[in-house]
Design a protein around this ligand. Sequence first.
Ligand SMILES: *Cc1c(COP(=O)(O)O)cnc(C)c1O
Length: 451
Amino acid sequence: MHRFDSAADALARAILDYALERVRLDPPPLDHPRTAAELTELTGQTITAEGIGGERAFALFTDVLAPATLSVDHPRFWSFVPAAPTEAAVLFDVVVAASGIYGGSWLEGAGAVHAENQALRWLADLAGLPAAAGGVFVSGGTAGNLSALVAARHRWRTRHPARSRERGLIAAASSAHSSVAAAARVMDCDVVSVPADERGRLTGAALAATIDALEPGAPLFAIVATAGSTNAGVVDDLAGAADQAERLGIWFHVDGAYGLAALCAPSARHLFEGIDRADSFIVDPHKWLFTAFDCCALVYRDPAQARAAHTQHAEYLDVLTGADEWNPSDFAHHLSRRPRGLPFWFSLATYGTDAYRDAVESALLLTQATARMVEQAPHLQLVMEPELSVVMFQRDGWSWADYQAWSDQLLADQLGFVVPSSWHGEPVLRLCFINPRTTMADVRAVLETLS
Ligand SMILES: *Cc1c(COP(=O)(O)O)cnc(C)c1O
């Protein structure tokens, strides 16, 4: 199984050809999920003592398993936050997989880590962080938020050793992503929820009021602001949040998993005023920066503070931790890691940052044009003016069941993938655009089905 076998050559080429054909499909099939019972029926038992052979396993993937997975990169996939990896990113992911690179330490992965760090530097520069800033690529926003908050609490405990047994408290808006509460559960600390304004934004004033109402000496160690809320795509008052963090001398983390990609778009830059004051931020290149799953960039203003919180110590690691080198494992809750930032780096290096700017701007333009189209439809009501690339609206007279039935039919017809969401307790439709291949004709075709 570890020896090259020329009989396997045809299969190897078929696999690589498939990958190239798939990434070039325009559009790829949207496809749809199936039940576990249906899939078991179709695949039978695939794990056997003798193996079923590569041809058979690959045919099961292409004929049964792949069609039972949605294509997140389909131009009419507008649920959650879609993805649209570039050809360069996808193909380079294949190279990364083949290259046997351990991305946790400089000793083992220097070349890869160097390239990843250049990609992180582009993001740190966009945010206006100092030259000493740096970080690591982790699996996703959930892992990034957790690692940043662990570093935040570690700094607070180091500064207040007498309080290091206290549970700790994070301030975040009611509209913050679910992963912030998940991080607090893992860390066994609490979140004080700051009421968001009517658009779902955290404001400096509401944050100050919530903080001032806490009991004296509350163990508040971090403020989390969101740069692009997942549901509505609105950006918190980052400067106001930074003011409060500064007033209290605590960590300021910005969750930009979806929205901070728009830092590279001049037309949206003003929304992120104050990002340069963050102690840490995250952005998921697997969302709006066009790379393959899974990839979150986590950047710290002062990486030494993250290292103090995260470095693992053991006899077998002394050779790494003693060295004065950049070990990505030191900056998050992980040790072994694939250099998952390399496909992003390769794509950025290939096309250049201007192409990224244009691709992000194209989604912002499409969003504005879609909002105007919704406004013109008498039976559709725009919930709010979009800030980034989410259009939220309602269909007159529809209940939750109507929205769900429409969504199911849209997917059944392979016309698009749009799941309902809710806003202030009311069902809404929410279109999230990131794919530069999406056209106004796509939007029109889907909106027409709502009449
Ligand atoms: C998507 C998202 C996350 C979670 O990121 P994953 O990569 O799915 O773990 C966190 N915060 C925001 C604002 C997001 O949009």
